[in-house]
Ligand binder design. Structure first.
Ligand code: AMP
Ligand code: MG
Length: 400
């Protein structure tokens, strides 16, 4: 008989968990360490980008009006007055009837308002034939056109990608303000568990969840701290929880999260703080505990690694979103369901699927299996109000 007389909906669990958390502090770091960090403040540029009006092609800086009507039959003829050096300023302006050679990225001389690509010209000594007309501003990037000085280049909350680091470099940000990475403790509980370095005896199981949780946390911008394996004894778990809470902003406890007499997680949390919810309308993942101790979230994860992972994706991910100030993007693809998925009404089902072209094939299996998790590309979520999904239906796959 299930000991879970009442379970709460997933959305309610997320609400409870995210309101039990707050963003951590901020810190200043070198730009070179900024990849995947989250900006804690808007970043303005300290200069116009670009800082000068420049050519975007190799060609001749001209007055656009001088090229009106130019063509192969009747080219415009301009006087070549020299070349603008890269990294230098033009030594003269362009007067009517004149042009200067301007390489890509060099300063557009005063007087010129466009650049004719070199491919559309022909130079003979100091005369240049222009075979195509250009409009004002053509092949030119105006000063401040990319980002004006003082204008925001990136907003608070941006999780930095390589191209963002480039933009910050252009804006002169050698140091950046980011949210501190949440430190999250991991405790694995179970008398049967042994560390990965041990060869398990006939009744032992290697600790999978510490590694799984650590990987998930790193992927989501947290710093994992493993507090080892704890036997199923409330006192030992309480002591481990105290150690983890001392050092961390949140704690994940895996195993012992059910409502069985041997399951000490809820009691240990209640001894130190508060159990906010126990039992979620989520499959897999029902025996999950949401708690708070010393203002820090403590989550009791089911011991089955596949269930633990689903709870991390479904509930812990949004929690980290609050604590870390931002999250890696969730990748989703549309697909047709390859087989029917049965699912009772009233609970959210996270069904692992494998992608086969545009087909999403459910990977069914017993809940203790690891291979279903490793073999799947993502999940299809069957909402609580639906009674299963049918083969052929268009679904959204959340990719791992
Ligand atoms: P529990 O949630 O403690 O009732 O455990 C449910 C199942 O998950 C049992 O078969 C446990 O042996 C297994 N399990 C619990 N914790 C872990 C872990 N850290 N690594 C691998 N399996 C685990
Ligand atoms: Mg256990």
């Amino acid at each position: 008989m299930s000991l879970f007389f009442s379970v709460i909906p997933v959305a309610e669990a997320i609400r409870i968990l995210t309101s039990a958390a707050a963003p951590g502090g901020t810190e200043e770091i070198p730009l070179g360490e900024g990849l995947h960090r989250v900006l804690s403040a808007d970043v303005p540029s300290d200069t116009d980008i670009p800082g000068f009006t420049r050519s975007v092609v190799d060609g001749y800086g001209v007055r656009a009006a001088d090229t009106t009507g130019a063509g192969d039959a009747v080219p415009s003829m301009l006087r070549w007055m020299g070349t603008v050096p890269m990294g230098g300023v033009p030594d003269r302006a362009v007067a009517p009837g004149e042009c200067l050679y301007v390489p890509t990225g060099a300063v557009l001389p005063d007087g010129a308002d466009a650049v004719v690509m070199v491919e559309h010209t022909e130079q003979a000594r100091d005369l240049v034939l222009i075979r195509r007309p250009v409009a004002k501003g053509e092949n030119v990037l105006a000063r401040g056109e990319d980002y004006p000085r003082g204008g925001m280049v990136l907003p608070k909350g941006r999780r930095l990608r390589p191209q963002d680091l480039g933009v910050l470099a252009a804006a002169g940000r050698s140091r950046i303000l980011v949210f501190r990475q949440p430190r999250v403790g991991i405790i694995s509980t179970g008398n049967e568990l042994v560390p990965v370095t041990a060869f398990p005896s006939a009744s032992q199981v290697r600790d999978v969840n510490s590694s799984l949780c650590a990987g998930f946390l790193q992927e989501h911008g947290c710093v994992p701290r493993c507090f080892g394996i704890v036997k199923d004894e409330q006192g030992l778990l309480r002591a481990a929880l105290d150690r983890a809470l001392f050092e961390c902003d949140a704690v994940l406890v895996s195993g012992g999260s059910s409502k069985d007499a041997r399951d000490h997680c809820a009691s240990a949390i209640a001894e130190r703080g508060e159990v906010l919810a126990h039992g979620i309308a989520l499959q897999p993942g029902k025996p999950t505990i949401l708690g708070q101790v010393q203002g820090k979230p403590v989550i009791g994860l089911p011991g089955h690694p596949a269930s633990a992972y689903i709870v991390l994706r479904a509930l812990v991910r949004p929690l980290i979103g609050v604590m870390a100030g931002g999250l890696p993007p969730e990748r989703r693809v549309g697909a047709h369901l390859a087989e029917n998925i049965p699912s009772p009404k009233g609970r959210e089902d996270w069904v692992r699927v494998r992608l086969e072209g545009d087909l999403a094939r459910p990977v069914f299996g017993k809940s203790g299996l690891l291979n279903t998790l490793a073999a799947s590309d993502g999940v299809v979520v069957v909402p609580a109000e639906r009674e299963g999904m049918e083969a052929g239906e268009v679904v959204e796959v959340i990719l791992w």
